[in-house]
Design a protein around this ligand. Structure first.
Ligand SMILES: C[S@@+](CC[C@H](N)C(=O)[O-])C[C@H]1O[C@@H](n2cnc3c(N)ncnc32)[C@H](O)[C@@H]1O
Length: 231
């Protein structure tokens, strides 16, 4: 990974007293694609202004397992910079990248940089605050993706509600979580989520305390279990 720091401003900005935007640029490679991820450093984006290790772990998992999203409906939650959703688009998905409203510009910028014009009709960037906006979205997603979105226990009930709403029966949720002491992430994965989903550990990076989980909805009627499962 390489990092480049930029200051973006114009003489007009200076005259008008508009503050300078500081951006950092990181380069990555996954699944044969090169990415340039630009992060807005001084725009009060908080945790969203970083590419988290759990996000990179999920990208590496897709690469190693040769996951294809071809023709599949995919939604990413708490995307931050957009890197996971951008990879899912390049791997063939029809992808909606989401996060809080103030993060949209950073994600849209990275979509413009990394997604060729020919694929743009397969990617959307939309605001989605867990537990509040999910009903604006359909309930038929083949894949729901999230990396490092399990870190604050106050958000867990809303996150479960949103996950349950979005994923279709037979669809799959991939969550890549850095297990941190005291934020309840272990009990979220081992106690709360299994009440609603079949949960499986598919990757465990012990040196970084990152676990990738795959989850599917628990069948609620006899016919549910007969649906074809996503990889
Ligand atoms: C630690 S960052 C992870 C960013 C990215 N997924 C990654 O792995 O690099 C957590 C992300 O979750 C988003 N987030 C936190 N609480 C949220 C909520 N209630 N609704 C929607 N997004 C939320 C934040 O805005 C942030 O982008």
């Amino acid at each position: 990974m390489t990092t480049i720091r930029h200051l973006e401003h114009s003489s007009d900005d200076a005259r008008l007293g508009v503050s300078t935007t500081i951006t950092f640029e990181n380069k990555y490679e996954f699944c044969g694609y090169s990415f340039k991820i630009v992060r807005f450093i001084n725009a009060n984006l908080g945790y969203s202004a970083y590419v988290w290790e759990a996000g990179l772990a999920l990208c590496r998992y897709f690469e190693r397992e040769n996951i294809s999203f071809n023709g599949k409906k995919v939604i990413e939650l708490g995307s931050g910079t957009g890197i996971v959703g951008i990879l899912a688009t390049l791997l063939g998905g029809d992808v909606t990248i989401t996060d809080k409203p103030n993060i949209m510009t950073q994600i849209e910028n990275n979509v413009c940089i990394n997604i060729p014009t020919a694929c743009r009709q397969r990617i959307k960037v939309r605001p989605l605050k867990w537990g509040e906006d999910h009903t604006n979205f359909l309930t038929d997603y083949d894949f729901v993706l999230g990396s490092d979105i399990v870190y604050s226990s106050v958000t867990y009930p809303a996150l479960v509600e949103t996950l349950r709403h979005l994923v279709k029966q037979g669809g799959a949720i991939y969550l890549s979580t850095e297990i941190r002491e005291k934020n309840g992430s272990t009990s979220f994965h081992e106690e709360l989520l299994p009440q609603h989903f079949n949960c499986q550990v598919v990757d465990n990076l012990e040196d970084k305390d990152i676990i990738v989980y795959k989850m599917t909805k628990i069948a609620t009627s006899p016919g549910d279990g007969l649906l074809t499962e996503n990889k």
